[in-house]
Design a protein around this ligand. Structure first.
Ligand SMILES: NC(=O)c1ccc[n+]([C@@H]2O[C@H](COP(=O)([O-])OP(=O)(O)OC[C@H]3O[C@@H](n4cnc5c(N)ncnc54)[C@H](OP(=O)(O)O)[C@@H]3O)[C@@H](O)[C@H]2O)c1
Length: 278
């Protein structure tokens, strides 16, 4: 099945580097069981730990991040761990004009797509973002706008083939706005709503769309935060995510206890919540 550029009117350059299926792409999983996995924001602590597990299974990985040096180090490690194919592209994903080109290149390199793992994200400076729109915009751009741009292309690609899993890292922070971090929280609330809606549109096309909501995890993003030694271990989180992505679970709280915690938090009346220091 070839890609229909009419479905991607906003990305006219899409077809330029796309190799039609007949020239090497298979819509469904590889017969050898190795999955073709595209990781966006691949130098993230959570992505790296997850990729290590996929590499050990012999999966094929295409890594996209903004630092070539970090990507090379991750790619070398994943090759040693058993990945049957690893390739990388360094690009700042805030530049949405590059998305069609990067995604087409990744699809061509992998020979199709089984799983996409979207992990890019920034915490930003919450205090600065209260007063500086430039800081707020940076957070919204990376966590929401850039991911929507990536998913617009990827959803079209997967829906046309009736195949693929789109696994997106949002956050429990998106479940309720809190005074301490509402700009980051709103970027993730927007993302969760977008991903949920996308799932409801294309699930019937045979595409799994997953909203992943981690609680606090020990990675570079949370390093030095108060209480960070008690945050979830990234290897444990990765193992949960690999299992959930295999199943194509719709909404994943990780660790699972966060489903209950957020269930409670979202039910606290606003007149009480606004007086809490959360
Ligand atoms: N850690 C947590 O407690 C936690 C909790 C809930 C949700 N999450 C979400 O989970 C995801 C992964 O987080 P993490 O903890 O693994 O954080 P991390 O280690 O800080 O990773 C974030 C990644 O995003 C990449 N990135 C940021 N802006 C980018 C851009 N414009 N273009 C390309 N890559 C970009 C970073 O690249 P560089 O390496 O170049 O900086 C980094 O690899 C994020 O979306 C985060 O919001 C994390």
């Amino acid at each position: 099945m070839s890609f229909d550029p009419k479905l991607q009117k906003s990305e006219p350059q899409l077809a330029l580097r796309y190799v039609p299926e007949s020239e090497g792409e298979a819509a469904s999983s590889q017969p050898d069981g190795q999955r073709r996995i595209l990781v966006l924001g691949a130098t993230s602590g959570i992505a790296e730990a997850t990729c290590r597990l996929w590499a050990a299974r012999g999966d094929k990985l295409f890594l996209v991040g903004r630092s070539a040096d970090k990507l090379n180090a991750v790619a070398a490690d994943l090759s040693v761990r058993g990945a049957s194919f690893v390739d990388t592209t360094a690009v700042d994903l805030d530049d949405c004009s590059r998305h069609a080109e990067v995604l087409s290149h990744a699809v061509n390199a992998l020979g199709g797509l089984d799983v996409v793992f979207i992990a890019l994200g920034v915490l930003g400076d919450a205090t600065e973002a209260e007063h500086s729109f430039a800081e707020a915009q940076k957070i919204l751009q990376t966590n929401f706008v850039s991911v929507v741009s990536l998913l617009t292309w990827l959803a079209g690609y997967c829906a046309q083939r009736h195949h693929g899993t789109l696994a997106v890292l949002s956050s429990v922070a998106g479940d309720r706005g809190r005074k301490s971090n509402y700009v980051y929280g709103s970027s993730k609330a927007g993302l969760s709503a977008y991903v949920d809606g996308l799932r409801n549109r294309i699930d019937r096309e045979g595409v799994s769309v997953m909203t992943i909501k981690p609680g606090p995890v020990q990675t570079a993003m949370t390093e030095g935060m108060k209480g960070s030694s008690k945050f979830a271990d990234v290897e444990t989180v990765a193992a949960t995510l690999v299992r959930a992505i295999d199943k194509g679970t719709d909404v994943v709280y990780v660790p699972g206890i966060w489903r209950i915690i957020m269930g409670v938090i979202t039910h606290i009346p606003e007149f009480v919540f606004k007086n809490l220091n959360l």
